[in-house]
Write a protein that binds this ligand. Structure first.
Ligand code: NAD
Length: 511
């Protein structure tokens, strides 16, 4: 679906689509064809300020509604996501290039997130806590923090915004959202859904734009919490700024240099299947994609030959076709980054096993010559204990995959797995429960999988990393921590004042 080329889509502020203050616009391009999907106003400082003002003004009234009433607006959106899954999945695929089952899954994940948040409105929202003093009632209660700034990436352009916004809104906060500049059409469609749901003016605001607009949200003293999902470079900058602003909090979820660990006890059918999905699904552009395959020497040769054969043959093509496995990369800049890291691996001593970085013209589907096409790039390289190889420690975000052979026990495999500043996701393939449990307890990751690909998320599980990959969990249950304040509330049911810990409540005077 492409919108009329003459239409310049506006910002959504204070309950309506309005023209921003800037005079610049930008376009959304289909990464598989280069076709323009729409034109969008580029948000300015003044637009962000206006959106934040309207969110601040709407807060009191919104927080005074019950959780259940607030959730009713989200249920409207849930039904729309369910009814329009195929249509919206196609928009996702056209705008970000993921093959069509992934486009639909993005919308389904968004629906699940909204379902979880709206359903949670009827669940308990605090704790009743025993007091040392029998006449006291003690509770932990939660309050919304205020206006939440949401900044999201392009690779899950429908699901991730709802990870951020669904819980934030049901908990009583108002929102200013900046979608990724690569996927503004998905942003437009989501804003239209909030508009159709009749959400009160100012509760949800969206400003389209680039990193400068995101930075305005972060810098604003009138934002109470920032939810960010994206690259480590940007996320760390945001966390650093927010740390200088007392009273503002942030939850940042970022990238990874994830690995699949294949031990000598692995079932190689599971290992090869899992590794191919982990490294090439979404053309390697999932935050959990694996760019490292750490394989025990006893099974290395067989694993390598089977993996390489599949990497040589995985179907790259039109992402709207059901039989495509890999679509294009998101943009030209990302193709350049991929090519640079492939060269870096060579410079660092890699032996290249598969190089489909530049696809044969015959592999590019008709009418798609202007797409950002690449295929898998796979190499083997000696693992370096000194930590000097950048190619096996830095996130490329593309189908750039290193095979690392190891010898020794599970402890050695996990040591290599942990040798990266990131800590997002990892998988172990083994038939030995002791190895699996050792991995579970010692791999430095926030998400881990046993005998499965290193991808996949269900919205009611925490989704976030450790180390350089994350400092919070902007999804489902865990996002509640980022968008609410806790109050410890104690009420005395007695006429006497009695203190915990044996503290005297007597007031003595000189007389
Ligand atoms: P990105 O960091 O370039 O951009 C993310 C968002 O931040 C965009 O909306 C962008 O406009 C905005 N932004 C850019 N500079 C900013 C600044 N200085 N201040 C405020 N906002 C700014 O990331 P991307 O290319 O859109 O997404 C890919 C990255 O996201 C990868 O590193 C991937 O691993 C990561 N990611 C992480 C998760 C997760 O849950 N951990 C999920 C998806 C993607």
């Amino acid at each position: 679906m492409s919108r009329e080329s003459t239409v310049v889509h506006q910002q959504y502020i204070n309950g309506e689509f309005v023209s921003g203050t800037g005079d610049e616009s930008f376009t959304s391009e289909n990464p598989a064809t280069g076709e323009t999907l729409g034109t969008f106003e580029r948000g300015t400082t003044a637009d962000i300020e206006r959106a934040i003002e309207s969110a601040n003004a709407a807060f009191e009234e919104w927080r005074n509604l019950s959780h259940i009433r607030r959730a009713e607006y989200l249920w409207e959106i849930y039904h729309e996501l369910k009814e329009r899954t195929d249509e919206l999945g196609e928009i996702v695929t056209k705008e970000c290039g993921k093959e069509i089952s992934e486009g639909r899954a993005d919308v389904v994940e968004a629906a699940h997130m909204v379902e979880w948040a709206a359903g949670d409105a009827r669940h308990p929202h605090g704790d009743v806590v025993p007091s040392e003093i029998p006449s006291k009632d003690a509770y932990m209660r939660r309050k919304p923090v205020g206006t939440i700034g949401c900044i999201t990436p392009w690779n899950f352009p429908v699901a991730i915004p709802f990870w951020h916004m669904a819980v934030a809104l049901v908990e009583g906060n108002t929102v200013v959202w900046k979608p990724a500049e690569q996927t503004p059409l998905c942003g437009q469609v989501i804003a239209e859904m909030f508009d159709a749901a009749g959400i009160p003016d100012g509760v949800f605001n969206m400003v389209q734009g680039f990193g400068d607009a995101g930075a305005e949200i972060v810098d604003s003293a009138a934002i109470d919490s920032v939810l960010f999902t994206g690259s480590a470079e940007v996320g760390h900058e945001i966390a650093g700024k927010v740390a200088q602003q007392p009273g503002t909090t942030c939850a940042c979820e970022m990238g990874g240099k994830n690995a699949v660990l294949v031990t000598e006890k692995a079932d190689l059918d599971i290992a090869v299947h899992s590794a191919v999905m982990s490294s090439f699904k979404t053309t390697g552009q999932r935050c959990v994609s694996s760019e490292r395959l750490i394989v025990h020497e006893d099974v290395y040769d067989e694993f390598k030959s089977r993996y390489v054969e599949l990497a040589e043959n995985v179907a790259v093509g039109n992402p709207l076709a059901e039989d495509t496995f890999m679509g294009p990369l998101i943009e030209e800049r990302q193709v350049e980054r991929f090519v640079e890291y492939n060269q870096l691996a060579r410079d660092e001593g890699a032996t290249v096993l598969v190089d489909r970085a530049e696809l044969d013209p015959a592999e590019i589907p008709d009418g798609h010559e202007d797409g950002n096409w690449v295929g898998p790039f796979v190499y083997e390289i000696d693992y370096d204990d000194a930590g000097e190889l950048r190619s096996i420690r830095e996130e490329v975000f593309a189908p750039h995959v290193a095979l690392l052979k190891y010898s020794g026990d599970i402890e050695r495999g996990v040591e290599i797995q942990n040798d990266t500043p990131y800590g997002l996701a990892g998988a172990i393939i083994s038939e030995d429960y002791r190895q699996i449990n050792y991995y579970r307890d010692h791999a430095e990751v926030g998400l881990s999988y046993g005998n499965l690909p290193c991808i996949g998320a269900e919205v009611h599980l925490p989704f976030g990393g450790v180390k350089k990959s994350g400092n919070g969990y902007p999804s489902a249950r865990e996002v509640i921590e980022a968008v609410t304040e806790r109050t410890a509330w104690t009420l005395n049911n007695s006429k006497d004042i009695e203190m915990a810990q044996g503290l005297s409540a007597d007031i003595t005077t000189d007389n």
